[in-house]
Design a protein around this ligand. Structure first.
Ligand code: ZN
Length: 415
């Protein structure tokens, strides 16, 4: 970290900060009006500064300069390796998507919709977070426009969430997602607080913890069976008599969508793969900022089989590039892959995990994560941590097995 900081000239850091501030303002306006040309000159400046930053960090080492940007968020990751991993992932996802598209009937997300007061959703959120092991004596739950989790030290990790009074799943899964991030921060080694070794190891591992609770636990059949009881306590009319299988289906509806943050578990990674391809090519200089709106449409057509009606729902939807953040997107997909592989590891060592989840007893899982994933902090690089925890380097198979089994089950199709 020290060496990297020393490689960047003060003037460049100042320019990057200024460009990011201006870029954010321009992006907000561009997105509101769905006019890419407002953002374009800013993005050109931001990109050029980031290419200079990457060259400084690369420091004549050769290879791909995008790796130097990636390294800030996922230390040690290399674009060429990720591209191979993501190509496998995409190839594995296509037959699952095809099977889901061809299914005779699909689950219905309508169960989540209705009139649910924020105060009631907050009550449910606290129940779920307590069951996960979130320590309210060392944290808070509040509301913000975009959910996030600032961790100051393991004894002070706060969560913000957002509630949609017409759609219960928004707040429920925001709480579980942010709760997963918070449990990781709470489980970092307190005795190393303030040292590099006491910090989170990578954004991919951080995201693995949010996704593990949100998707591997929160959208599993046993957990949803427990949750149904809790839902019925708060809203007896809506959830008193429903079939647990219907709730499981409602939590696992898969349909390609234009917006990344609204994407389901099955198609989410496709949003990431296309973003990484684009930003990698931008940093390499093989495409121009001018090409982006058309390129975005082309890739969304190819990957998600959707037409992008406006840039607001296309290339302008994410905040990252406006702030000068390149190399961050891949960590979302890495998080999904790590989550699946780590969960397989947990399952191996906690044979009655399903029964525990069905009883709302999640302490065994949290204890295992504390000992194996959270407690080591940054003592091992992410790829080495993965081998220590799961016995193997990261692959796409655990995630693909997971989505084949789950969506095969939910949609009643053989994959
Ligand atoms: Zn997250």
């Amino acid at each position: 970290d020290y060496e990297n900081a020393c490689k960047l000239p003060t003037k460049l850091v100042a320019e990057l900060t200024r460009a990011g501030t201006r870029g954010l303002t321009a992006w907000k306006q561009a997105r509101a009006e769905s006019r890419f040309e407002i953002f374009r000159p800013h993005l050109e400046t931001i990109l050029e500064l980031n290419r200079r930053k990457a060259m400084c960090l690369n420091d004549g080492k050769g290879g791909e300069i995008y790796d130097a940007l990636l390294d800030e968020f996922e230390p040690g990751a290399r674009a060429a390796q990720l591209a191979t991993l993501f190509a496998e992932l995409r190839a594995g996802l296509l037959p699952v998507l095809d099977a889901v598209r061809g299914a005779a009937e699909s689950p219905d997300a309508a169960l989540w919709r209705g009139a649910f007061a924020s105060a009631d959703q907050d009550r449910l959120g606290r129940t779920v977070l307590k069951a996960m092991g979130y320590d309210f004596a060392a944290g808070r739950l509040d509301v913000s426009t975009h959910p996030f989790t600032p961790g100051f030290n393991p004894g002070d990790v706060r969560i913000t969430t957002r509630y949609d009074e017409g759609d219960l799943k928004v707040g429920l899964y925001a709480n579980m997602h942010e709760g997963g991030h918070a449990l990781y921060e709470m489980g970092l080694p307190a005795e190393r607080d303030g040292e590099p070794a006491g910090a989170a190891v990578s954004l991919g591992i951080h995201e693995s913890q949010s996704r593990l609770w949100e998707n591997q636990v929160g959208r599993s059949r046993p957990f949803l069976a427990w949750l149904q009881g809790k839902l019925a306590e708060v809203w007896p009319d809506s959830f008193g008599g429903i079939d647990a299988r219907a709730l499981y289906g409602a939590a696992n509806v898969a349909a390609p969508s234009l917006i990344r943050i609204e994407a389901d578990e099955l198609t989410y990674n496709l949003h990431i793969i296309l973003r990484m391809e684009i930003e990698r090519a931008l940093v390499a200089g093989t495409i121009e900022v001018d090409d982006l709106p058309a390129l975005w449409r082309e890739k969304v057509r190819e990957y998600l089989d959707l037409e992008v009606p406006t840039d607001r729902e296309g290339v302008l939807q994410d905040i990252h590039w406006s702030l000068g953040i390149f190399g961050y997107f891949p960590t979302y997909a890495l998080g999904n892959l790590y989550a699946a592989q780590i969960f397989v590891g947990a399952r191996r060592q906690l044979p009655d995990l399903d029964a525990q989840m069905a009883a709302g007893e999640l302490g065994g899982l949290l204890g295992w994560l504390r000992a194996n994933v959270h407690g080591p902090g940054s003592l091992y690089p992410a790829d080495e941590l993965c081998v220590r925890v799961t016995g193997a380097p990261l692959t796409t198979e655990p995630f693909l097995d997971h989505v084949r089994a789950k969506f095969g089950d939910v949609y009643g199709v053989a994959i």
